[in-house]
Write a protein that binds this ligand. Structure first.
Ligand code: IMP
Length: 183
């Protein structure tokens, strides 16, 4: 089975390729821009994006919208994670978190999958914390400042290990349970 992963982020493609290889699903990286609506729910962004892509004739694809939600910042950057990463970046988040004792944060990943004419939407989650400084060179985005175990950042984990514990890995496992019902 081949699924097109529609994203401009090569880091996500690498993670999907690794996570789905054990299910004998091949990944085709597809770059088609689609509108991301401004809303407070990742699911709404994904469902809207799926409608846009289906209307353009695309089938058998995956899109994902992810965000990092920081407790002490009342869930910010959340659905604004891409914009915040592009503007203030990891250094900006660390500045906002200076002198903050509560480091609790979570990552969420909403996957939308169109397969054999059916739509599946799942939400994966990973609880963790914001580190005090950037660490590690793997991964992408907020990986250097987020840790699931309070010891190593996501950017210090080999990809197989990140997929085992991450929001995207969680979402992929939920997706596979749903795909099994379709195929
Ligand atoms: P989007 O899903 O591509 O809109 O991602 C939102 C923002 O969160 C982007 O800046 C991504 O780099 C970041 N992001 C998404 N997933 C991850 C991840 O697994 N690790 C670190 N940052 C991520």
């Amino acid at each position: 089975m081949i699924l097109k992963v529609v994203t401009s982020n090569p880091g996500k493609v690498t993670e999907y390729r690794e996570a789905l290889s054990s299910f004998s699903i091949d990944i085709e990286h597809t770059r088609i821009p689609y509108d991301e609506i401004q809303t407070s729910r990742l699911e709404d962004v994904v469902e809207n994006g799926m409608e846009h892509l289906k209307a353009s004739g695309l089938t058998d694809f995956i899109i994902d919208d992810s965000g990092m939600f920081v407790g002490a910042l009342k869930g910010f950057p959340g659905v604004y994670s891409a914009y915040v990463q592009r503007t203030i970046g990891n250094a900006g988040i660390l500045r906002l978190m200076e002198n903050e004792e509560n480091r609790e944060a979570n990552f969420q990943c909403c996957i939308g999958c169109n397969l054999k004419g059916k739509d599946i939407v799942v939400l994966g989650k990973c609880d963790g914390m914001i580190l005090k400084k950037e660490t590690g060179t793997e991964g992408f985005g907020y990986d250097p400042i987020f840790s699931h175990d309070g010891k190593r950042s996501f950017a210090e984990l080999p990809i197989v290990e990140k997929n085992r514990v991450s929001h995207r890995g969680d979402a992929v496992r939920l997706l596979m349970k749903e795909i099994e019902k379709v195929v």
